[in-house]
Design a protein around this ligand. Structure first.
Ligand code: NDP
Length: 320
């Protein structure tokens, strides 16, 4: 089948695109820039890859052409950065309106069978509850973010962008539930994503994606910052979860999944980077924090998580 994928120039999207090609899918990837589209074709080869430019994912009809004939949609494109000037314009609008334009295109299609949306643990965590020691987050949890609170700071702005975009997708799916042509929805909510940067992505050492940049900062600073969201997952596992989510035989209905490989602290990551292993002491601060249970996706997809100790996790990411 043909998968329409957005954000294939990104840290996660490039891994998903590569895996789709490996597993025999055809992809149609949308880009904002011709140079990143060219890079993906060069690295992944020309076979089974169509690319197209969608300059503005929030524009009316943005995906109407790209959707034609697609069997599946994987929508990953969304800003993940805290360097923004205008929270609404730079974070919330591209996330929410980009998702809405995609849903409108899907509503016009009679071929799409499954939609996979990259959400985030940001749409799951309750920031008003703090470290919440002893609590285990699952798919049942939602960030209680409001449009007013979203404007308080850039972190809340990002959390709002992911929460509101995922809610828009569930509202669409629920309100069209009676229509047989409405495809089922799978949302995937990752915490901090680490792991190797794919050469097909547009990412360079000078322009690292947010999670890789935070990791690089931790391993290169003498005194790593306190760890405020101490839960992680490897990019290769998140990519595999997106691809497995297309399997309507395995995942027949709409589902929300949290993914998580475990907890981390920046100091433990620094120790692993420097000496290959983390001491129990350097991991202990994460005990003061909540955890995430990925039991649902483990049971349904049989994923085994790549661990923090896996050397590639840090090495490859920080040496782009
Ligand atoms: P990247 O910044 O590497 O990739 C983001 C992708 O989205 C790029 O392809 C980028 O395109 C595209 N994009 C960003 N803003 C816009 C916009 N305004 N209009 C059109 N396209 C845009 O980040 P990640 O790969 O890490 O993020 C991918 C997804 O994963 C996002 O939805 C993010 O919220 C989610 N996520 C990431 C986590 C992480 O730790 N990395 C954790 C949880 C969720 P371009 O190359 O043109 O800029």
């Amino acid at each position: 089948g043909t998968v329409l994928i957005t954000g294939a120039s990104g840290f996660l999207g490039s891994h998903i695109a590569a895996r789709l090609i490996d597993q025999g899918y055809k992809i149609r990837a949308t880009f904002r820039s011709e140079s990143k589209s060219q890079l993906l074709r060069n690295v992944l080869g020309g076979k089974n890859i169509e690319t197209c430019i969608v300059a503005d994912i929030t524009a009316p009809g943005a995906f109407m052409e790209a959707i034609v004939g697609a069997d599946f949609v994987i929508h990953t494109a969304s800003p993940f950065t805290f360097k923004v000037i205008d929270i609404n314009k730079d974070l919330i609008q591209p996330a929410v309106e980009g998702t809405s334009r995609m849903l409108e295109a899907i509503a016009s299609s009679s071929t799409v069978k499954r939609v996979v949306l990259t959400s985030s643990f940001a749409a799951v965590v309750d920031p008003t509850k703090g470290p919440r020691a002893g609590y285990t987050y699952t798919e049942e949890d939602w960030n209680p973010m409001t449009p007013e609170k979203a404007l308080e700071n850039n972190l809340f702005g990002y959390q709002a962008s992911k929460t509101f975009a995922e809610k828009a997708a569930w509202d669409f799916t629920k309100s069209n539930a009676g229509n047989e042509k409405t495809p089922s929805l799978v949302t995937i909510c990752p915490p901090m994503i680490f792991g190797p940067v794919h050469p097909a992505s547009g990412i360079t050492k000078d322009a690292l994606n947010e999670s890789s940049a935070q990791l690089l900062k931790a391993v290169t600073s003498a005194d790593p910052a306190p760890t405020r969201m101490p839960v992680f997952v490897d990019v290769r596992d998140v990519a595999q979860a997106h691809v497995d989510a297309l399997d309507v035989a395995k995942i027949p209905n709409s589902e929300r999944f949290v993914v998580c490989a475990g907890k981390f602290t920046w100091s433990a990551i620094k120790e692993i980077y420097e000496s290959g292993a983390a001491s129990a002491e350097s991991m202990s601060p994460a005990d003061d924090y909540y955890s995430i249970s990925p039991k649902k996706i483990e049971d349904m997809m049989g994923i085994k998580w790549i661990s923090l100790q896996s050397s590639n996790l840090i090495e490859q990411q920080t040496r782009v």
